[in-house]
Ligand binder design. Structure first.
Ligand code: NAD
Length: 371
């Protein structure tokens, strides 16, 4: 039987509460599964790590993160730490994880559960059953390219400069992740770039085409201009499976896609690194898109679904447990269909529950699905 090492980093605020519901599911799978077991260890990150150790994440926790098969992250931050030194602010823990583990591929799924389709600003028939994945390059491009400056010109005017830079290697390694992900889904990749007006866009199109030919001819590839992609996401989002794109376009397109699914409390994400040369396994961190929600922290009100769905992504993309991931996703859908809602997704006529009740209901639905 395989044993997977999971590092749990609950962090601050509601991160602690939503992670407890992931632990409930881990206990369920450990009891139920004869295929794999989870060995978990927990450590501090963010404000709570600063309070205890004076840093947002310790070297010891980083070593555990480096060795883990997957990291499940809660959330960090809160007003308590607003005045700590900049380099020790809670977010520094997350940024160090991303940087030291070189997590260059950011996965943002947009899934619309049928029971929540009416909560979207788009028509039910456009979003119901939506399941797409935006793959955003996270460590290069416009946000990091040099020069990056505001200079004062001789005539006193100011000039702001951001530079978009990509290399073949950066594009190729992201495209490979995209093709790998598509193979575990509906086998289709759209590459979104602006090759009509940007030199980096031409490079993206050429490199992704070459990678496709050499690495993934079995996957369907289409190129789409990023502006048209933004339009098509609103017009007919279900035409997409995986959208591969750069850091800047990915930032915008993933937020656009996310809004089709309702609440922040529903959105999972993942960040992946390069495959280990010996084992082929990628470093990986899974986290909800939301923050630590200080306004509701400690009250048992948080929606745990984003963190639970992040765990389901870890099952699918890092632990080769797609069947179990499907079961978790189905359990979430069943619980929503039964009418249970946390406050953030509450609708008239539904039953309002807290974090623990929602987590318990999802575990019970899993039990039923696997009975
Ligand atoms: P937030 O995501 O924490 O909260 C925004 C709003 O959404 C709040 O009203 C909150 O109550 C609600 N909300 C968020 N998640 C919810 C959930 N699971 N269930 C129910 N309601 C939920 O964003 P914010 O208020 O801008 O930031 C709060 C703190 O979190 C700040 O310190 C910020 O820096 C930090 N933050 C951390 C991360 C991270 O850890 N990755 C991400 C974003 C913000």
């Amino acid at each position: 039987m395989a044993t997977f090492n999971l590092l749990l980093l609950p962090g601050d605020g509601i991160g602690v509460e939503t992670m407890a519901e992931v632990e409930r599911l881990i206990a369920f799978f450990n009891k139920k599964s004869n295929k794999a077991q989870f060995a978990t260890s927990t450590d501090l990150v963010g404000g709570v790590a600063y309070d205890t150790h004076g840093v947002a994440i310790t070297d010891a926790a980083m070593a555990k993160a480096d060795a883990a098969d997957a990291i499940i992250f809660g959330a960090v931050g809160g007003p308590k730490w607003d005045s700590v030194p900049y380099e020790h602010r809670p977010e520094a823990g997350l940024l160090r994880l991303r940087k030291d583990l070189d997590l260059f591929a950011n996965l943002r799924p947009a899934i619309c559960y049928p029971a929540l389709a009416d909560a979207s600003t788009l028509k039910r028939e456009v979003v119901e059953g939506l399941d797409i994945l935006i793959l955003r390059e996270l460590t290069g491009g416009t946000y990091f390219g040099e020069p990056k400056e505001i200079v004062t010109l001789e005539n006193g005017e100011k000039r702001g400069v951001d530079t978009t830079v990509y290399t073949t290697r950066e594009i190729d390694r992201l495209a490979r992740v995209g093709f790998d992900l598509a193979r575990k889904r509906r086998n289709k990749v759209h590459m979104a770039a602006k090759w009509n007006v940007m030199r980096t866009g031409v490079l993206w199109r050429d490199v992704v085409t070459a990678t496709h030919k050499a690495y993934a001819p079995d996957v369907t590839l289409e190129h789409i201009l990023a502006d048209n992609c933004a339009m098509q996401l609103i017009r007919n989002p279900k035409q997409f499976d995986v959208i591969v794109t750069d850091n800047l376009f990915g930032d915008v397109l993933s937020d656009e896609a996310a809004m089709m699914t309702g609440s922040l409390g529903m959105l999972p994400s993942a960040s992946l690194g390069a495959p280990d040369p010996k084992t082929g396994k990628r470093k990986s961190l899974y986290e909800p898109v939301h923050g630590s929600a200080p306004d509701i922290a400690g009250q048992g009100l948080a929606n745990p679904i984003a963190t639970i769905a992040s765990f389901a992504m870890a099952l699918r993309y890092s632990l080769d447990m797609a069947k179990e991931a499907d079961l978790v996703d189905q359990a979430i859908a069943d619980v929503l269909a039964s009418g249970l809602r946390t406050g953030d997704i509450m609708q008239p006529g539904m039953t309002k529950v807290g974090t623990t009740e929602m987590g318990k209901a999802i575990a019970a639905a899993l039990e039923k699905l696997t009975a």
